[in-house]
Design a protein around this ligand. Structure first.
Ligand SMILES: Nc1ncnc2c1ncn2[C@@H]1O[C@H](COP(=O)(O)OP(=O)(O)OP(=O)(O)O)[C@@H](O)[C@H]1O
Length: 245
């Protein structure tokens, strides 16, 4: 199987003591992989390590090419788009200007209008609000904008950090349907960090579980859903009753 992303024995730190203790992880090309784990397990840190934002050792490969130690700008230009937790949109800029900034790394490779049309197809709400300041959007709209901005870069891999956080269940449902659509037809691979494990495992084809900086389980989303121990710890009682029964 071809991999969009591979992490081999990756350690990462914020300067004192390692947070990731030698993790191995793979994201198959064209699929969604969920990275699960409790608060503080190191999920966000893993995404930052992939993006080149923190000190990282071991081997990070993007479509086979080693990117360990490269700058965040280089990694972005190589096709990685990061949608951070907290969304990271520029609140004082309009929706359109945020989308323009997203296209910055795609200038040579892409077609601005085609990308914009595609983003508006996925998120018609953004088209209705092109002139509005991002800071005045609802939480769901801001998340749409963050994902739309990532798509403007025409990425090969999107790293999504807790897209569901702070959103009402009905908005989360809509958002995940669109993510599913994007994964199916945009030819992009995704690594999805989510606290909402049930939701993540429905969208993902593969999943991995982090516990305090160690990767303790990997497999298909179905395998992880069926694992009784994981179901008890991360998926709630109902799932635990169903798993392994
Ligand atoms: N900028 C930082 N400087 C120092 N330590 C940090 C920094 N950011 C995170 N950490 C530490 O790294 C560990 C992993 O944090 P991380 O944010 O990666 O976890 P997480 O799995 O994403 O958790 P959550 O689901 O709560 O966001 C935590 O112990 C945290 O305190």
């Amino acid at each position: 199987m071809k991999h969009a992303l591979e992490l081999n024995n990756v350690t990462a730190s914020y300067g004192h003591g390692s947070i990731l203790h030698g993790i191995d992880l793979a994201v198959p090309e064209g699929g969604v992989t969920a990275l699960l784990g409790a608060n503080g397990a190191g999920k966000t840190t893993t995404l930052r390590a992939i993006c080149g934002m923190i000190e990282t050792h071991g081997e990070v490969r993007l479509f086979g090419e080693e990117i360990t130690g490269k700058s965040p700008e280089t990694i972005a230009r190589m096709g990685v788009a990061h949608v951070p937790d907290g969304r990271g949109t520029f609140t004082s800029l309009t929706v359109m200007d945020n989308l323009r900034l997203g296209a910055f790394t795609a200038k040579k490779r892409g077609n601005f209008q085609r990308s914009l049309d595609r983003v508006f197809d996925y998120f018609p709400r953004l088209k209705e609000r092109v002139g509005q300041h991002a800071g005045t959007l609802s939480g769901g709209e801001q998340q749409m904008l963050a994902i739309g901005r990532a798509l403007m870069a025409e990425p090969r891999l999107i790293l999504l950090d807790e897209p569901s956080i702070g959103l009402a269940p009905v908005i989360v449902k809509q958002l995940f349907e669109i993510l599913d659509q994007i994964a199916r037809d945009a030819g992009v691979s995704m690594l999805l960090v989510e606290q909402n494990s049930n939701l993540a495992l429905k969208l993902a084809s593969n999943a991995a579980l982090l516990e305090v900086g160690n990767l303790v389980a990997r497999g298909t989303a179905e395998e992880l859903s069926q694992n009784q121990e994981i179901a008890r710890a991360y998926l709630g009682d109902v799932a635990a009753e169903g798993a392994g029964a």
